[in-house]
Design a protein around this ligand. Structure first.
Ligand SMILES: Cc1cc2nc3c(=O)[nH]c(=O)nc-3n(C[C@H](O)[C@H](O)[C@H](O)COP(=O)(O)O)c2cc1C
Length: 324
């Protein structure tokens, strides 16, 4: 399958693995690259730029195919060393960066000067248009279904993707709720030129996370995620658990008075406990509604090949067969 996304990133299949905190290590990024997709190392999971440089080196030892790095720009009291992370990306010879969160305009010139293709993750058409205007090469359009931060507009992909297609000139991938060949065929039909997956890639053999996390995703249905932190305008879609129920109870009780300090126990420092030690009630961790479509833990290569075969079958047989 050839699209503007496969051409842009020099990959075989139009499938991207989105950055994931404490999941996007070299093991997963290289497995996706070896399967013909675009894997992403998550920069901010690495404690400092030197550690990111090392992770990029490790990934390069595991694959000779292209892979990228996710750079998430968060509002935070103590800003991460972004110039240092960017230097590690450039020196590591990485040619694809997924930006997310705040507008990446400040960092685009240096990335572009170094021949790096930038795909910006957006949850709204207006943000995707902004990304296009400032010179991003592509957009990852993240619908309301997505695991992680869906923004505050709550527009699902059946509307968001065709709206993006109406407005954008740069290519975009569909993100949020993508799991299989049906997702890919639908994404293409709605105007995208590929898809980005988060949650689906966690439930794979190579994802370097505790087995409990993979089992929780397989066990979950599409009804098992919740939106938290909406009163703080920092909405996140997470897997429901005891901590999340407690957090939601605080949100109900405190209403508009809720402050970050009130929920710090349920959201701060949670990822290592969930992803490394498998303490599944430790706090709120991102997970998409797509968990309802995930029933196995294949290798990344099996998953990607299955997606491509299924999409091929849908497009060539099922859909073409409906035409007279
Ligand atoms: C556990 C987890 C952690 C994530 N961490 C990040 C992150 O650090 N930065 C980012 O840009 N997106 C992050 N995301 C979002 C994904 O990159 C992707 O956009 C999203 O998962 C797509 O929705 P899906 O889960 O329905 O496939 C995370 C998602 C999950 C499930």
């Amino acid at each position: 399958m050839k699209t503007r996304i496969t051409e842009l990133f020099g990959i075989e299949h139009p499938i991207i693995q989105g950055g994931m905190h404490h999941v996007g290590y070299a093991e997963l990024a290289s497995a996706v690259a070896n399967a013909g997709g675009l894997g992403m190392i998550t920069a901010l999971t690495q404690p400092n730029p030197e550690a990111l440089a090392n992770e990029i080196r490790r990934c390069r030892e595991m694959t000779d195919k292209p892979f990228g790095v996710n750079l998430t720009f968060l509002p935070s009291v103590k800003q991460p060393d972004y110039p240092g992370y960017i230097e590690a990306i450039i020196k590591g010879g990485v040619k694809a960066v997924e930006t997310a969160g705040n507008n990446p305009a400040k960092w685009l010139p240096i990335l572009k000067e170094n021949g790096i293709k930038v795909i910006h993750k957006c949850t709204a058409v207006r943000h995707a248009l902004k990304a296009e205007a400032i010179g991003c090469d592509a957009a990852s359009v993240d619908g309301f279904e997505c695991g992680g931060h869906p923004g505050e507009d709550d527009v699902p992909n059946f509307i968001l993707l065709p709206r993006a297609a109406e407005e954008l000139s740069i290519p975009f991938v569909a993100s949020g709720g993508m799991a299989d060949g049906r997702s890919l065929a639908a994404a293409l039909a709605l105007g995208a030129e590929g898809m980005n997956m988060g949650t689906r890639f966690i439930a794979t053999q190579e994802a370097p996370v505790h087995e409990n996390v993979k089992a929780a995703i397989v066990a979950a249905s599409e009804l098992d995620t919740r939106l938290v932190m909406r009163p703080l305008r920092n909405t996140e879609r997470v897997m429901v658990n005891d901590a999340v129920e407690r957090l939601l109870e605080k949100e109900r009780r405190l209403g508009a008075d809720l402050k970050f300090e009130d929920i710090v126990d349920e959201v701060a420092g949670v990822y290592p406990k969930i992803m490394k030690t498998g303490e599944m009630d430790a706090g709120a961790w991102s997970c998409g509604m797509v968990a309802g479509l995930i029933n196995d833990i294949p290798t990344v290569a099996e998953l990607v090949q299955r997606i491509m075969n299924e999409a091929d079958g849908i497009i060539r047989q099922r859909l073409a067969g409906m035409l007279s």
